[in-house]
Design a binder for this molecule. Structure first.
Ligand code: FES
Length: 358
């Protein structure tokens, strides 16, 4: 091939001038090869069964369009499921059904489409082996000059640089264009309260008992053995009639017990734990996923979304990942009956750091 011949010439030239190039070539720029191997070419062409047997080709066609019809069915089912299984406020079961059936429909739609296209390509489309020769990526100086000329001509013709008032007003219009979307997104939040305000407070208050998630049964300090970890909600949350999910999304806590000697506590937080038991917000400070994995031996909490890791022994400081601040700590104590209680709400906003920027 012409390209091969051309490459061969280059290699040969490099070979013959090896001695001369050696002292002057910059590292990484010279192509010197004395043992270039020959292009083995393509292996012999093997016809597919669908190339040789018309019946098998017909069957492959049927398989492909059946997969596409299944995909259509999946898409229609996903839309139907959205209407047949609506999300009822505060009904977790309805959310699950809605997600499951929409997910099944979408899965069928995607798999049908994907498998259909792959099968079409592999079994029915023309089976030809092709090689695309590499070519220099950068344009020639002439092409680059022509491209630069197109830019400068366009600038001259449009007056983009010259007509500064028009240019600046265009830039202003482009900046203003996405603003309505921001206002519309703001409309998703409850109208009577500022989102920052809403997210700054949780159900935790002085004396609220820590309860197991999801049962809502209060937990005693004696139940928390060393090395254990519990998912916790405020007592009373499980019985809420309205806004249960919203409250849970802010107030969810992880409760862990370490050997008190392993806890590295700042002097002003020594009273926030009880005999090695500590409580931290479960809402990741990166973008708000639940931090749900606890490694008992290292005392590390892991957020599965983007792998942020927090060190429980050191105030849940971030030791890895994109989160930028520690998980907020819930100050806890024990009441007269031995139940774990909160000393107050969190002393800082939970969740993504963005919400702190009021
Ligand atoms: S949400 Fe936790 S690491 Fe991104």
């Amino acid at each position: 091939m012409a390209q091969d011949d051309h490459s061969g010439t280059e290699l040969a030239a490099a070979d013959s001038s090896h001695e001369a190039l050696a002292p002057t070539a910059s590292p990484g720029t010279a192509l010197i090869s004395s043992d270039a191997f020959e292009n083995p070419g393509f292996p012999p062409h093997r016809p597919r069964v669908t190339d040789e047997d018309p019946k098998k080709e017909k069957r492959a066609q049927r398989t492909v369009y059946t997969l596409f019809y299944l995909s259509i069915l999946g898409s229609v089912w996903a839309v139907a499921a959205y209407m047949l299984f609506p999300i009822e406020s505060n009904d977790v079961g309805a959310v699950r059904l809605n997600n499951m059936f929409i997910g099944l429909g979408a899965t069928l739609a995607l798999l049908g489409l994907g498998f259909g296209i792959v099968h079409w390509g592999k079994a029915i489309m023309d089976d030809v082996e092709l090689a695309d020769e590499r070519h220099p990526i950068g344009g020639s100086p002439e092409t680059q000059a022509a491209a630069a000329k197109v830019f400068s001509d366009s600038d001259k013709e449009s007056g983009f640089t010259r007509r500064s008032v028009i240019r600046n007003s265009l830039i202003g219009a482009l900046i203003a264009f996405p603003l309505p979307a921001l206002v519309l997104f703001r409309g998703f939040a409850p109208q009577d309260q500022l989102p920052v305000e809403l997210l700054s407070h949780t159900m935790w208050a002085k004396g609220t008992r820590l309860a197991l998630d999801p049962s809502g049964v209060p937990i005693k300090a004696a139940d928390v053995t060393i090395g254990s970890a519990f998912h916790i909600i405020p007592e009373g949350l499980a019985e809420l009639e309205h806004g249960k999910l919203e409250e849970k999304a802010k107030a969810a806590v992880l409760l862990m017990r370490l050997e008190p000697s392993e806890l590295n506590q700042a002097p002003d937080r020594e009273s926030w734990s009880y005999d090695g038991i500590v409580a931290y917000s479960k809402i990741c400070t990166h973008v708000g996923c639940p931090v749900a994995l606890y490694e008992q031996h290292t005392h590390h909490l892991l957020c599965p979304c983007h792998q942020s890791q927090f060190d429980v022994a050191n105030h849940c400081e971030v030791i890895f990942g994109p989160a930028k601040r520690p998980l907020p700590q819930l100050p806890i104590a024990v009441d007269d009956e031995g139940y774990l209680i909160a000393q107050s709400d969190f002393t800082e906003p939970v969740g993504p750091s963005f919400w702190e920027r009021s």
